[in-house]
Design a protein. Structure first.
Length: 389
């Protein structure tokens, strides 16, 4: 335990757009809580963006801490080149251009991801700082789709070598700990928090067509392709009018396929919805899907902010039965299907439609499951893990 006041740097490959994804959601909730702790005499946030991205540093500075707390917070977003060079190289090059980045005055540095940690190792600013990495997924699995099979073992070995150089490795899920520890990497698990009051809303309306939503980044690793298959499968069946499908998130490479579904009247596309508007949207949703893969061939890990928020909102959860979602979900609070099995997802939707009262009981159990998690606890557990408590 230490009573000394410390300088903490947080490094993220992000423009700090609060609607960009789970890491940003975590930061916007974690930061106000850690600013309340007087043990941190200074917090420096370093981000990175491409020329076409917005600068959201002001949004972080306006999270409404007290004037005294604001004086302790600095946010700098560097601009990186939009090229094919690796992320770590572009970040390092962008950071090096900042006049104060070599000033070695940070006591602790928190890298929110592996790319960020690779850059931290190379900066003189952090030579004597305690180096912490907070993993949000199993990195080698998350990137597997972009790596040829013959190189995946080499990629994993390199990743493990870098993780072992860190002073503290944190993970936001038990699956991350269970994956890395057999390789000799000790992982301290700090699960995500959720603002329960924000997501309090009426129970799902099951006296009409069932409204189902995919909310998040549209990417292969998150199972969006299976969700789109599910839409086509269900909407071509005789009971198609029982179900309404929603797609929420930046369409990206799936833009044309989503547009085709919309033109055929099979789905409603909302594109991105700002996080502060999601509670209003979810009031009209009955079922939320959680389809991230858990696989060495391409998959993520950790715990999902979006899923936790949907559980807090009392939505009915339809998810893969895998190690990611089993951290929170089970047969009593969610409908689980074998990973990749779209036919079983369809079957579970019919179970929900045919037994609405059972589905509502399961949704209520989801609220009870997620209730103990908070961002205040996040900060306490963080301080314990890094030796500040």
């Amino acid at each position: 335990m230490t009573d000394s006041k410390v300088v903490l740097d947080i490094v993220m490959n992000s423009s700090f757009d609060k609607d960009a994804g789970g890491r940003e959601t975590w930061l916007y909730n974690f930061l106000p809580e850690i600013l309340k702790d007087p043990q941190f005499k200074r917090l420096n946030l370093f981000g990175c963006k491409t020329p076409d991205q917005g600068d959201f540093s002001k949004a972080l500075l306006q999270l409404d801490p007290s004037p005294e707390q604001k004086k302790r917070l600095s946010v700098v977003i560097f601009e990186k080149e939009k090229t094919r060079f690796p992320q770590a190289y572009r970040m390092f090059k962008a950071f090096k251009q900042h006049k104060d980045i070599e000033n070695p005055n940070a006591d602790y540095v928190l890298a929110v991801g592996v790319f960020e940690m690779l850059m931290v190792y190379r900066l003189k600013r952090y030579k004597n700082a305690k180096k912490i990495i907070w993993l949000r997924s199993i990195f080698s699995h998350e990137k597997a789709y972009a790596i040829p099979g013959m190189f995946r073992k080499l990629f994993l070995n390199y990743e493990l070598k870098q993780l072992k150089k860190a002073d503290v490795v944190l993970g936001n899920g038990d699956d991350i700990k269970n994956f890395y520890e057999p390789y000799g990497v000790t992982v301290e698990v700090i699960k995500n928090g959720v603002a329960m009051d924000k997501w309090k809303m009426p129970a799902p309306k099951l006296d009409r067509a069932l409204h189902i939503a995919y909310v998040g980044r549209l990417s292969k690793v998150k199972g969006v392709e299976d969700y789109l298959r599910l839409i086509r499968k269900v909407k071509r069946a005789e009971s198609k009018d029982q179900f309404v499908f929603h797609i929420v998130g930046e369409n990206g490479i799936y833009k044309d396929e989503v547009a085709q579904l919309v033109s055929e009247g099979l789905a409603i596309n909302h594109n991105s919805i700002p996080n502060d508007q999601l509670p209003k949207f979810l009031e009209n949703v009955d079922v939320c899907v959680a389809l991230t893969y858990a696989s060495s061939e391409g998959g993520g890990g950790g715990t999902s902010n979006a899923m936790m928020e949907q559980m807090a909102a009392g939505r009915i959860m339809l998810a893969w039965d895998n190690r990611i979602f089993r951290q929170y979900l089970n047969e009593s609070n969610a409908y689980l299907a074998e990973q990749y099995n779209v036919a079983e997802l369809e079957e579970k939707l019919y179970c929900i439609a045919n037994e609405p009262q059972k589905a509502l009981v399961m949704a209520q159990k989801g609220i009870e499951t997620i209730y103990p998690y908070s961002y205040v606890l996040n900060v306490t557990n963080f301080k314990k893990a890094v030796g500040l408590l």
